[in-house]
Structures are given as structure tokens and as C-alpha cells.
Design a binder for this molecule. Structure first.
Ligand SMILES: Nc1ncnc2c1ncn2[C@@H]1O[C@H](COP(=O)(O)OP(=O)(O)OP(=O)(O)O)[C@@H](O)[C@H]1O
Length: 258
């Protein structure tokens, strides 16, 4: 199931956010949307998730227009972790994660399948230890992992995550990146907005670099994160290199000269 957008244009009130954005995203790949603040990353992710209706252009999941899918079906296919996601109700962690099963629920209670998916999601995000605590009493990083657990509990074909590393300590950032990459390796489509270019270099199979609401470059890391592209889009002096183990790394030396 390919997730594809064609010639998307989106305007927030009078502020153009996306202009003629087209992309093809593949299941089994860890795709990363990059770009400076205000480039349109969250707007694009929300259009891909069917939460925003573009001014023109369309989003398709294979041959289905995303906005034409019934809400329940779309929720089963696409799991969205929004930017800076908050929790407003004082419910337990386990109850919040269980909400991720909502699109699958048939009766009132949780089925054995629901319980299995909830347990797996909590294990994967290292949240089992605080299953009975109130989500309103968690730290920012603990809450971020619980919200990812809710997405995973829904077992969507596509995971769309807007800055899933925000608030996580370095160890949990790496855990989250491995988790998302494993989901992709299992055949899911994973699309994340990231800010840390080093993480993108290490984990992304496919990069979409946005600049001023347009796709500036798209493809594998080595083709997209060139020194020239990084200088133009971020104004930084940076270069990719191979380390002694042959892995590609990014060296950021500073800002480019004004
Ligand atoms: N609700 C809104 N109302 C008006 N303008 C908005 C709104 N949301 C976003 N914008 C504008 O749309 C453009 C794209 O915003 P978007 O949030 O998609 O950028 P982003 O790349 O995700 O940025 P960041 O890295 O800062 O999160 C920006 O110019 C922003 O100011």
C-alpha cells in the first residue's frame, strides 16, 4: 500500500504552507521528513493523515483517496502521533493505550486480541512499568512514550509521527528510532518528522527535504543531505563522511558564512 500525495497545496488562513508537494512513500521504509522551522513538515504529515484538507491536490493510499475513506477505516490504516501531543484526561496509562484499539473494537470490552496488542505496544515502548499511573502525572518523556504506545496498539499499516523524539532522553531516543525502524522492517510504512539530522542520517531509508513549503530534494540520505542542499536549506556548513566502520555520518561545522 503506497501512500502518495500529488501536487498538494495548503494554506493556513492566508499563510501558504505547502506548494505543489508530491511524494511517494513506501511500506517497509523508514521515511523522514526534514526541513527548517516553518518549512511545512507538520502540515504535510497532517495532510497525509487526512486531518487537513488541502486547497488542491490529493493524498492516496493505493487507489483510495484518503479523504474519501470512512473515519474508522482510515484510523485502522493510519496511526498519527501529532506534534507535542498532550493528554487532557486523568486516566491510567493502560486505559489511554487501550484507546488505540478503538477502531478495532466490536463490543464494549477488550478482546484477547486487543489485550495482546496493548501489551505488545507497552512492552515495545517501555511503558509497562507505569501502566497503572495517571497519564497526567507522568513526565514529558514518559508521556511521549505512552502516546506512541497508543498508536502502536492500533496496529496501523502506517505510522505517521511528528517529532516522536521530543522530550525523550538520548537512550529513549535511540530506542524509539530502533522501534520505528523495526516497524518498517516488519513491513509497515513509517513516516516521521525529525529535526536531528544525525538521527536521520543513521536511520532514514528515504528523506523528503522541505524548504519554504516545497520539496527541495527527495531520496536516499546521501543524495539529499549534500553539503550544498544543507547550506541552502538550513544555512549550515556540514558534510557527510564515512567513519572507520564504513557508516555514513554527518559533520556539522557551524553556520555558513552570511
Ligand atoms: N494554524 C496555523 N495558522 C496559521 N499559520 C500556520 C498554522 N500552522 C502553521 N502555520 C504556518 O504554516 C507554515 C508551515 O507550518 P508547519 O507547522 O507545517 O511547519 P513545520 O515545518 O512543521 O515547522 P516546525 O519545524 O517549526 O514544527 C509556517 O509558516 C507556519 O507559520
Amino acid at each position: 500500500m503506497i501512500l502518495q500525495c500529488d501536487n498538494l497545496c495548503f494554506t493556513h488562513d492566508i499563510h501558504p504552507a505547502l506548494e505543489d508537494v508530491s511524494a511517494r512513500l513506501h511500506p517497509g521504509k523508514f521515511s523522514v521528513i526534514l526541513g527548517p522551522n516553518g518549512a511545512g513538515k507538520s502540515t504535510l504529515l497532517n495532510c497525509l493523515a487526512g486531518l487537513l484538507r488541502p486547497r488542491s491536490g490529493s493524498v492516496f493510499l493505493d487507489s483510495d483517496a484518503i479523504l474519501a475513506l470512512p473515519d474508522g477505516q482510515r484510523a485502522k490504516m493510519l496511526g498519527l502521533l501529532p506534534q507535542g501531543a498532550q493528554t487532557h484526561w486523568a486516566i491510567t496509562v493502560r486505559a489511554l493505550v487501550a484507546l488505540g484499539r478503538y477502531p478495532h473494537r466490536i463490543g464494549l470490552g477488550l478482546s484477547a486480541d486487543d489485550q495482546r496488542a496493548i501489551d505488545a505496544a507497552m512492552n515495545a515502548t517501555d511503558t509497562t512499568g507505569f501502566a497503572d499511573r495517571l497519564v497526567t502525572e507522568l513526565s514529558g518523556g514518559e508521556r511521549a512514550r505512552v502516546l506512541m504506545a497508543r498508536v502502536l496498539a492500533g496496529e496501523p499499516q502506517w505510522i505517521l509521527a511528528d517529532e516522536p523524539l521530543a522530550n525523550l532522553d538520548p537512550g529513549h531516543q535511540i530506542d524509539m528510532l530502533h522501534l520505528l525502524r523495526d516497524q518498517a522492517r516488519e513491513g509497515k510504512g513509517v513516516v516521521t518528522v525529525l529535526h536531528d539530522l544525525h538521527h536521520a542520517v543513521r536511520f532514514a531509508d528515504h528523506v523528503l527535504l522541505l524548504h519554504q513549503g516545497k520539496v527541495f530534494a527527495e531520496g536516499p540520505v546521501a543524495d539529499v543531505l549534500t553539503s550544498s542542499n544543507l547550506a541552502t536549506v538550513y544555512g549550515i556548513d556540514a558534510k557527510l563522511f564515512s567513519d572507520e566502520e564504513g557508516a555514513i555520518q554527518l559533520l556539522i561545522k557551524g553556520k555558513t558564512a552570511p
